[in-house]
Structure formats: C-alpha cells, structure tokens
Design a protein around this ligand. Structure first.
Ligand code: HEC
Length: 153
C-alpha cells in the first residue's frame, strides 16, 4: 500500500503530552459532572445561595444594626468612656450622673435598651439632647452604648 515513498500517517506517534492532556480532560469532566450533579453529590445551587445569604445577613447585622455588640468588651468600654468624656460630659458629667442633661445611670425616659440609647445619641431628643450621628458614626456610638451599659448594675 505504501510504496510511494511518502511517510504515511501510521508512522506518526501521538505526542505523550497530548495524551496526558486528553485523559486529564476526561478525568476532569467525570469529576466535574459527579461533584456538581445534585443527585450524586448532594451539591445544590440553592444550598450555596442560602449559605451566602446567611453569611451576608450576619455581616450586615454585626456591622450596622447591633448597637449592643460591644457590651462587656472592656477595650471598647474604655474607648466609649473617653469619647463620653469628650462629647457628653459637658452636659451629663464624666460619670454620667447628670447635669444639664439627665442622669444616665438611672431609669431612662426614652428607654435603656442598646437600641433606645443608640437612638437617643444618634438622633437626639427633643428637650435639649443634640443628635450625634454625624459626629460619632455607628461604631463610636456603639462603644458609648457599651460604656453606659457598664455603669448599670
Ligand atoms: C448640650 C448638652 C448635651 C450633650 C452635649 C449631650 N446630651 Fe444627652 N441629653 C441632654 C439633655 C438635655 C437630655 C434630655 C432630653 C429629653 O429629655 O428630651 C439628654 C438625653 C440623653 C439621653 C436619653 C436619656 C433618657 O432619659 O432617655 C441619652 C441616652 C443621652 N442624652 C446620652 C448622651 C450621650 C451619649 C452624649 C454624648 C455623645 C450626650 N448625651 C451629649 C443634653 C446633652
């Protein structure tokens, strides 16, 4: 058959690297199908989605809407105390016992949960309590909330 003198296809060996790549691709495809087929591995897009949403929720909560997060944290309480001395002591006294503003160690008119106190500080109160949201931001306000909580029995 090959008497033409021209080398025929049968004489060409497939390069080894190509073969390795070829079988690696097949192995990858098998692995991929097995691990991402819900019926085989239990993997599910919905599970991944739910987990990510949960993680996101947690992050958002701790960052924004949990003014009580520093309660009991002694480093944050010390920072809150210093901030209180700077911004609040003029009216409430350094120990929060009250002056122009009310005593903050007793019963509070506007409530004494972390959320109530955060609101009193951030938005202010009608009879002379200025709003501090712009000046302090959420982080420092939460530390002051922790400081005030540490003054209560
Ligand atoms: C200019 C004086 C002044 C400064 C400064 C001030 N306060 Fe007040 N604060 C008041 C007055 C007056 C009230 C009472 C408001 C009312 O009864 O409506 C008050 C009320 C409050 C209340 C609510 C008390 C309650 O009975 O519910 C909290 C909490 C509070 N202040 C915390 C702070 C903190 C924390 C700071 C510092 C970031 C601060 N205040 C700075 C004057 C001040």
């Amino acid at each position: 058959m090959s008497d033409s003198g021209i080398p025929q296809e049968g004489g060409n060996k497939i390069p080894k690297g190509w073969l390795v790549f070829f079988f690696a691709m097949i192995a990858f495809v098998v692995w991929y199908i097995v691990s991402f087929t819900p019926a085989i591995s239990g993997w599910s897009f919905y599970k991944v989605y739910e987990e990510e949403m949960k993680a996101g929720d947690k992050l958002a909560k701790s960052a924004v809407s949990n003014p009580g997060k520093y309660i009991g944290d002694s480093k944050a309480i010390a920072e809150g105390k210093a901030e209180f001395a700077t911004s609040c002591a003029a009216c409430h006294m350094a120990d929060a016992s009250g002056g122009i503003g009310p005593n903050l160690k007793g019963t509070l008119k506007y409530g004494s949960t972390p959320d109530n106190i955060q609101e009193s500080i951030s938005k202010g109160r009608p009879n002379g309590m200025p709003p501090f949201d712009q000046q302090l931001g959420k982080e420092r306000t939460s530390k002051i909330v922790a400081f005030l909580a540490s003054l209560r029995p």
